[in-house]
Design a protein around this ligand. Structure first.
Ligand SMILES: NC(=O)c1ccc[n+]([C@@H]2O[C@H](COP(=O)([O-])OP(=O)(O)OC[C@H]3O[C@@H](n4cnc5c(N)ncnc54)[C@H](O)[C@@H]3O)[C@@H](O)[C@H]2O)c1
Length: 284
């Protein structure tokens, strides 16, 4: 496998493009927004520079970045051996894209989704290659987090799972094979639940944002607290993921609290907009 096509150049897509290029793949990064693509290339350049400074990569950042090309049309998608979708967590949008990809891609191309919580089988059903559709759930920030969930949809073939395992390993990452296609997979079923509980505790006035996060870092050894993790993920992403899990499980523990809904409605999406549970404009 040499050619990787990444769809969506936001927080996740740019990270996936970066690690794939670092591992020697030729990457095409696609987005509907030219501004997002420009910002993605800036972030990738900055991140590769930092990794080089710290001795975590050997190759020159410019050489790695030269393996990434950007497009705003689905140009050359038929050349890719794997397409990794990382567009917003919106079922209708993703299904439409999978339908289009199925028509345009070569018959051997694997279609992977980085969805946080939408069942892979539902995306696979938008295509005529259900056995070649798989979940590749990366974690944020992608260059730093060495875990990927590989999600088996109802019809994903063993061959596809084996290719996905080799691909993830070639990126220098470990995987957790999710054997059943449940909304939220493994990590988000646990992580989102904890963050929602933290918001409820906050709403009840039991403890402050800082105390909750610091407590979980110090008492449980988490590297980040549950509220700062949501801010890093993007509160819109977190809300949509929680809703997708709730929709499938009908379990009230996944029902997004009002505070989360209001923050998203007001455009306060966490780090990426400067404000969420924390105010990042004050932290400069
Ligand atoms: N943010 C996280 O921590 C995280 C972690 C794991 C998985 N995910 C999942 O990854 C996916 C992407 O999340 P993100 O945080 O990178 O989102 P984001 O909002 O940062 O980026 C999404 C990008 O997709 C682009 N886009 C929108 N519609 C498009 C289309 N039709 N075709 C191509 N590009 C389009 C947008 O311009 C934007 O640049 C979501 O499914 C999310 O649930 C996110």
């Amino acid at each position: 496998m040499k050619q990787v096509f990444v769809m969506g150049s936001g927080v996740m897509g740019r990270g996936i493009a970066q690690v794939a290029a670092t591992s020697g793949y030729e990457v095409t990064l696609y987005d509907v927004s030219q501004t997002a693509l420009k910002s993605a290339l800036d972030t990738i350049g900055w991140s590769l520079g930092k990794l080089k400074e710290k001795g975590k990569i050997q190759e020159e950042p410019e050489k790695i970045q030269a393996r990434i090309s950007t497009v705003t049309e689905l140009t050359d998608v038929e050349k890719a051996e794997i397409v990794i979708e990382a567009i917003p967590e919106n079922r209708a949008l993703k299904e439409k894209l999978f339908q289009e990809l199925d028509q345009r891609c070569g018959e051997h191309t694997l279609l992977a989704s980085n969805t946080s919580a939408i069942p892979i089988t539902e995306l696979a059903c938008a295509t005529k290659r259900r056995e070649k559709v798989v979940g590749l759930h990366f974690f944020n920030p992608v260059p730093m987090m060495n875990m990927v969930e590989i999600v088996r949809g109802q019809d994903t073939s063993d061959e596809t799972i084996e290719t996905a395992k080799s691909f993830v390993t070639s990126l220098g990452k470990k995987y957790c094979l999710v054997q059943r296609d449940v909304a939220g997979f493994v990590m988000n079923r646990i992580g989102i639940c904890s963050s929602i509980e933290a918001i409820r505790i906050l709403e009840e006035g039991v403890a402050t944002v800082e105390e909750i996060d610091q407590g979980m870092r110090m008492a449980y050894g988490w590297s980040m607290g549950p509220l700062e993790t949501f801010d890093l993920s993007g509160l819109d992403v977190a809300l949509n993921a929680a809703l997708a899990i709730y929709e499938e499980t009908q379990d009230p523990k996944f029902l997004p609290p009002v505070t989360l809904r209001r923050l998203v409605a007001s455009g306060n999406l966490g780090r990426k907009t400067g404000k969420g549970f924390y105010d990042y404009t004050l932290k400069k």
